[in-house]
Design a protein. Structure first.
Length: 350
């Protein structure tokens, strides 16, 4: 199998180029390399490749030696393209011939992802045309100007549009890789990887929260206590007025401060947290879908099904079957969900 010697594992190839940020390469190896099955078996094989094997310069005072060439891309199930600025010029709309040829080795249907300004490579190659994408917030205006066919979202940590994914700044590569692990193997596996890496399994909000803004010198109040309290109250309806009261703020001030800190509105944040709670319950318990919906704060199975369909493209019963297998049993879903689940299709991860 060439660069990949062990069968049965998802194959990830990281295409590095001169000017590599070493942290971005480390992120991919760390997150995918730590993913294990319930039996402790590795779930991914990760290999580093370059347009030409050999020494690759980084943006610091050391180089890396890459043993594999572009042939590894033809064998990959997922290709990750970290950032570099040295080997392409988006202004002329073309990739160097060797890089274009390397990307041409990627098989149709392969999942392709970028970290930070690696999105420029995917865009120049035409892989992002008509798709939603993001990149580092400092580069989004240039990105939008150079690639008008791409639907740029400057406020998120990562995007997924079909089998093509992009992420924002360097550390959002962690969020992106955890998302791919979660999509492939469920929240339990991704959470364990996050725990061993000592990072949150799912960060709140988007990169808007990292953009520098003028802040009054004496502004110390935050919404952290309200968020922590809300996580303990997800099972019941929560109003903006209640959340604001936890911080002794007006609803208007609380909403503005919340968005500045979390990158999303309070109601968007609550929905995100409820979806994560529902995913955990579907994977880790035998509770009925009606009970999962109630415990996660969606109230009814119909509401949970609607939100899960929008967020993940699947019904609760299908999600449970995908990540727990058919042994979860028919008691795990309600009659209403079973009817809907028969007609929905599980979203392809790549």
């Amino acid at each position: 199998m060439g660069a990949f010697t062990e069968s049965g594992r998802h194959r990830v190839a990281v295409l590095v180029r001169h000017g590599l940020l070493p942290m971005e390469l480390g992120i991919v190896h760390r997150i995918f390399g730590q993913a294990r099955s319930a039996a402790g078996e590795r779930l991914y094989e990760v290999v580093t490749c370059a347009v030409e094997p050999g020494e690759v310069r980084t943006d610091v005072d050391f180089t890396i030696n890459v043993a594999h060439g572009p042939e590894a891309l033809a064998e990959a199930d997922t290709v990750v393209v970290p950032a570099s600025h040295e080997d392409y010029d988006p202004e002329d709309g073309r990739l160097p011939a060797p890089l274009a040829a390397a990307l041409g080795r990627i098989r149709p249907g392969t999942r392709v992802a970028s970290i930070c300004t690696g999105a420029f490579v995917l865009a120049v190659a035409g892989l992002l045309d008509g798709r939603r994408a993001t990149t580092h917030w400092r580069s989004t205006e240039d990105f939008r100007r150079l690639f008008p066919a791409v639907r740029v979202d400057p406020d998120v940590l990562y995007t997924e549009d079909g089998n093509v994914l992009t992420s924002a700044g360097v550390a959002s590569g962690i969020d992106l890789c955890l998302h791919m692990v979660r999509s492939d193997h469920g929240a339990a596996v991704a959470n364990e990887v996050a725990r061993s890496t000592v990072v949150p399994p799912h960060r709140e909000g988007g990169q808007a929260q990292f953009i520098r803004r003028p802040v009054p010198e004496r502004q110390f109040a935050t919404t952290a206590r309200a968020r922590a309290w809300a996580l303990e109250q997800l099972h019941r309806p929560l109003s903006l007025r209640e959340l604001a009261a936890r911080e002794s703020m007006s609803v208007r001030t609380f909403t503005r401060r919340f968005r500045e800190e979390a990158g999303v509105s309070p109601l968007q944040w609550l929905t995100q947290q409820r979806i994560e709670r529902a995913r955990h319950l579907l994977e880790e318990t035998d509770l009925s879908v009606d009970r999962v919906a109630a415990d996660a704060g969606f109230g009814t199975a119909a509401s949970l099904r609607q939100h899960l369909q929008v967020a993940l493209g699947v019904s609760p019963s299908q999600y449970r079957s995908t990540f727990r297998g058919p042994e979860a049993g028919p008691q795990a879903g309600s009659e209403l969900d079973a009817k809907a689940g028969a007609t929905a299709a599980v979203r392809a991860a790549g």
